[in-house]
Write a protein that binds this ligand. Sequence first.
Ligand code: FES
Length: 366
Amino acid sequence: MTSLKPPGQIAGQRTVAIHHIERLGSDAVMLQLGIPDGTALSYEAGQFIAIHLPCGATRCYSMAHRQQAGAPLEFHIRLQPQGVFSQWLVDALNDAKVLGRTLSISGPYGDCTWRPLQSSADMTILLGGGTGIAPLTALLEEGLAQETRGPITLYWGGRQPNDFYCAAYFEALARRHQNFRFVPVVDTQDTRWKGRRGFVQDGAADDFPNLTKANVYACGSPIMVSSARQKLITQCGLDPDRFYADAFEPSVSIRDDARSSPRLRVQLQLADGSERIVQVAAGTSLMSALRAEGLMQGICGGQKSCGSCRIETDAAWSAHLPPPDRIETRLLAALSDPRPADRLACQIHLTPALDGLRIAIPDRPL
Ligand code: FES
């Protein structure tokens, strides 16, 4: 079995050791990682970390529990057909010697974290699909630990009954906390299932037609997150500022068609003060182009949730860029030492009009 050694080139990375691994349901794996020197990784419920593979690829996974002293980090990982890391995990499931082997991680990242309710009677809705249940579990634990009194409802979407691999945990929580309700939802016609059917966002909209006094968290595929945002805001009156999301793709990659696109020049000021001009492909995001040059991590793949693509724009070029949307603005403000010229490179689409764009890559911690 190939050892996944740290690549040794990612800023802020640390080494962790495999503590436990087991299969979850039909196509997911639980991976627990311990920090060998015993120091804790400080994170907020709902955040994620990046695991760096020796081939240079990065995979992002959310912690599946709120932080607990001395506990290993736990992740729920959907197995992807022909995925590099998925194959490694499948091999690891059958390798008794895998425990104790090391991996390299960086983070934490993400701002889909627990937010105080405006009123103690306000409700909380948690929407998750598949292994998107992991960050929602951490958020739920955080909400209950903070003795949230308003109703909390968790909708977990799956394709078949055995996708709900930790349903017993939520059912036990529901017995202990009167304000918590767990609603598993199957989105196929599987005849073995006798419970709710449909999509999680539809279930929430049907159950709660008025969400004007609610916080909503959605974790899962970009399609589910985008549909939930649109539906709950327009149909149920949810305040857009109270919709918190972590959308994730199975993996991140650079579009193949970028290689044949016209080339643009981007003038860079690097963190050490040096200057450089790079030729990048039009039609991609600035983050993808700079990541291809090895100048940026782009941990979340452009989902506006990590901040690892923060840049500073040159004043003369700022007016040529479309303004940041609400989510980008919120993430930039949540990063450390925010500045007015900050932007997310993943939200800048490279068009021929941006030939000669001048930016700086800051050396500021996230
Ligand atoms: S790549 Fe994560 S916010 Fe831009």
